[in-house]
Design a protein around this ligand. Structure first.
Ligand code: PHE
Length: 352
């Protein structure tokens, strides 16, 4: 190759490279440009090889020109690279910009379930009267759910509780139908004086409607000591009604039958909404049924090794959902386990 030809080729290459660089608009394009012109396999590198074909006298000058072009193209390349990188960073900063003046996003917090709130409240009320809160198993044996409560296996009263039976193979296993089995468990564990309440879930094989659920919560109460009387039971329940529904509330006892108490009663509180005159909430009766109660049956005491000649006791059981329904005028018990957030979040303000 002649020197003149070499130089014109070099000039053409330089022009083409510079022209092409003005069209480069992104870092990726720039990289292909580098590969094409100044990279190790690029056109300029090929020109270095062509140097060998020149006359030895022409080589130094041609080499100098070639190096000049390489330096100039490399410098232009680096400038463009700096420019493009700065542009990319600026664009990224703009797209990732955070407006710190925007109001924060409210975190979604849950709140306590109304039943939990009521259990806390009941625990506090009873703690002030000397009762300890304890919890028991939801899966029970027939022995605790029935036998020790004076309901033998052939007794018709066993049918009253619509039991969900889990297993009958070795020993009868049931979902507890009431919190009363904890009466026996507590008395087996601790000797009198006993004063406990037992909140918890109970289960019944029952069709659901506005006032029946197959799972609901009860609060059991038990006091055993020397000289416990029916009037103590009445006083405690009266105080409960006043704490829950206001200072002027009254309590009503009526005879009722439960195999594990004698005498047995159902108890009601006079309706706080109409002051006992009769309204929709109390179904015109003036009274709201709260649960069952009575004096612990001597056979129950004897069954757990407590001498009924020395000790007496009272027990009561009430429905926790029912208390909430009375207080807040909730007409459908299914709301509690229905998991509708519109209902549950109504109690957010009461959560501490
Ligand atoms: N366990 C009874 C029920 O579920 C309520 C009750 C408890 C009655 C304690 C008397 C004494 O129906």
């Amino acid at each position: 190759m002649q020197r003149a030809e070499f130089e014109s080729q070099l000039n053409e290459l330089k022009d083409a490279a510079e022209r092409s660089l003005t069209g480069v608009s992104g870092l990726e394009d720039l990289q292909s440009w580098e590969r094409e012109y100044i990279g190790s396999k690029g056109s300029l590198t090929l020109m270095f090889r062509a140097l060998g074909g020149l006359d030895s006298a022409d080589r130094p000058e041609a080499g100098r020109l070639l190096n000049q072009v390489k330096q100039s193209l490399t410098a232009t390349f680096e400038n463009r690279e700096t420019e493009l990188k700065a542009g990319a960073t600026a664009a990224r900063l703009v797209s990732e910009a955070v407006d710190v003046t925007l109001p924060g996003r409210q975190p979604q917090t849950g709140n306590a379930h109304p039943v939990s709130l009521m259990i806390d409240e009941l625990s506090e009320i009873f703690a002030l009267m000397g009762f300890q809160t304890v919890f028991g198993p939801e899966v029970e044996t027939g022995r605790y759910n029935f036998d020790l409560l004076n309901i033998p296996s052939d007794h018709p009263a066993r049918d009253v509780w619509d039991t969900i039976i889990m297993d009958t193979l070795s020993e009868e296993i049931v979902l507890r139908t009431h919190t009363s089995p904890m009466q026996a468990r507590v008395m087996e564990e601790s000797k009198p004086p006993v004063r406990v309440i037992v909140p918890g879930r109970v289960y019944r094989y029952e069709a659901q409607d506005a006032s029946h659920e197959w799972m609901f919560h009860q609060l059991e109460g038990l006091a055993v000591d020397s000289n416990i009387r029916m009037s103590d039971l009445k006083g405690v329940l009266q105080e409960l009604a006043r704490q829950l529904f206001g200072p002027t509330r009254r309590i009503r006892f009526r005879c009722d039958f439960f195999p594990f108490v004698e005498p047995g009663v159902d108890f009601a509180v006079d309706c706080a909404i109409c002051n006992g005159k009769g309204c929709r909430v109390c179904k015109q009766s003036g009274w709201l049924e709260m649960g069952g109660a009575g004096m612990v049956h001597p056979r129950v005491l004897a069954g757990v090794g407590i001498d009924p000649e020395v000790y007496t006791g009272f027990a009561f059981g009430l429905g926790i959902e029912r208390l909430l329904m009375m207080r807040y005028g909730i007409s459908d018990i299914r709301a509690f386990a229905g998991n509708d957030l519109r209902f549950l979040s109504e109690f957010a303000a009461l959560t501490v």
